[in-house]
Design a protein. Structure first.
Length: 393
């Protein structure tokens, strides 16, 4: 079957991938279908229409955004256009809601030569504008643009043949008009669309951080800011609701989760007893503890007062090397700790940098040190960075 070793390895990997894709998947007690036919089958077995209703809700949403242009029943592919496929991705939310998302098979299109990614703001940029908000008495809000990509038109010339999930449009040739999820350039198209809207309402891009937009509030003689992380916005303004309303009224944007900042990019935000805004990755640390419990069957010990012992030298360790399975656990745990540092746990920075140097060949005692840091983090999960803009004593 395989005349060369490379072809044999490739065949084995393809078989593994097919097995993984077709294996049963469960989430929150529900079996999640792999495709439309399985969704119909599950509804029939369960005696309900939950998956059909989720599919209908998704297609109705696409119709609202005019994602497709109907070219007619079995119409030929227009000149200059390429035919691709679309598929449905299914999910179950923690409250039991069934969700379906129509995604284009963008890998079937030609690879563009230009960058196709939507820009994102850095965490440093977020911290700077939040500090400026506290310093200047501004409000900090967050919001999420609903179906952001569908707000933009696509520049790709592609069509699809509608399948049975499209109902009355089955076997119709549909031209993709909007930046559907899964297309190679959809991220860039959304980024350009939002940038045009911001320029239209007199916002300017920050030269040091292109995904932070700023505008002078002439009445207050103060700058207001909007930080963009794909479709998540962090708004720093005197009256943030006015900015949200302007985008809703002028450009028909739809938003969800709009309000004062509580959680953004993996970090929790809250105010202490003195009214100072604080941020700490509480929920992220709790998820780290859940991962630890799943890997080792128990919770980390929370008796430690420091990330590592005083005078500890991991580089002098001579314990046995970890096997391949434990080495993967070690690498995963260290990666999670690195993001915890990025989110604000600067107290473990030195320990994490030290243990990161042993990811290629960690030893048993190195893994014990990682477990200690997890216990330390869980004990001090409420530790937070306080934004105090008063002049220091």
């Amino acid at each position: 079957m395989a005349k060369t070793h490379q072809k044999f390895i490739r065949t084995v990997n393809q078989a593994k991938l097919r097995s993984y894709r077709r294996s049963p998947k469960y989430k929150f007690g529900y079996r999640v279908p792999n495709d439309y036919n399985e969704a119909v089958e599950f509804d029939h077995k369960n005696g309900n229409n939950k998956w059909k209703e989720a599919i209908k809700l998704e297609l109705d949403s696409l119709n609202v955004y005019n994602v497709f242009k109907d070219l007619g029943y079995k119409a030929p592919v227009p000149d200059g256009y390429k035919r691709i496929r679309v598929h449905l991705v299914f999910d179950v939310k923690n409250d039991g809601r069934h969700k379906a998302r129509l995604v284009a098979d963008g890998h079937l299109t030609d690879l563009p030569l230009e960058s196709v990614y939507s820009g994102v703001v850095s965490l440093r940029g977020i911290r700077i504008i939040i500090f400026l908000a506290e310093l200047n008495g501004l409000q900090t809000w967050t919001t999420d643009v609903s179906s952001a990509y569908l707000e933009a038109k696509t520049a790709e010339k592609i069509v699809i043949f509608a399948g049975p999930e499209f109902g009355d449009l089955e076997n119709h040739t549909l031209m993709i008009y909007k930046a559907l999820y899964g297309l190679r350039t959809s991220g860039l198209r959304w980024h350009e669309r939002f940038a045009d809207c911001m320029k239209d309402i007199n916002f300017l891009q920050c030269k040091a951080e292109p995904d932070i937009w700023l505008r002078l509030n002439e009445e207050e003689n103060i700058y207001e800011y909007v930080a963009v992380y794909v479709d998540d916005l962090c708004i720093v303004a005197k009256i943030p609701q006015q900015f949200v309303d302007s985008l809703m009224i002028k450009y028909s944007f739809k938003f969800k989760g709009t309000g004062p900042i509580k959680f953004y990019l993996g970090c929790d935000y809250f105010r202490d007893d003195k009214g100072h805004l604080c941020y700490a990755p509480k929920r992220y640390v709790e998820r780290m503890a859940q991962t630890y419990q799943r890997l080792f069957g128990k919770n980390p010990r929370t008796t430690y007062q420091s990330p590592l012992d005083r005078g500890d030298h991991p580089e002098l360790d001579t314990s046995e090397f970890l096997n391949s399975e434990d080495m993967q656990k070690y690498q995963s745990l260290v990666g999670a700790m690195q993001w915890a540092v990025t989110l604000g746990h600067i107290d473990i920075t030195t320990a994490v940098i030290t243990l990161s140097g042993f990811r290629v060949a960690p030893r048993h005692s190195h893994l014990d040190r990682v477990k200690r840091i997890y216990g330390y983090l869980l004990k001090f999960k409420n530790a937070a960075i306080h934004i105090n803009t008063e002049e220091p004593d």
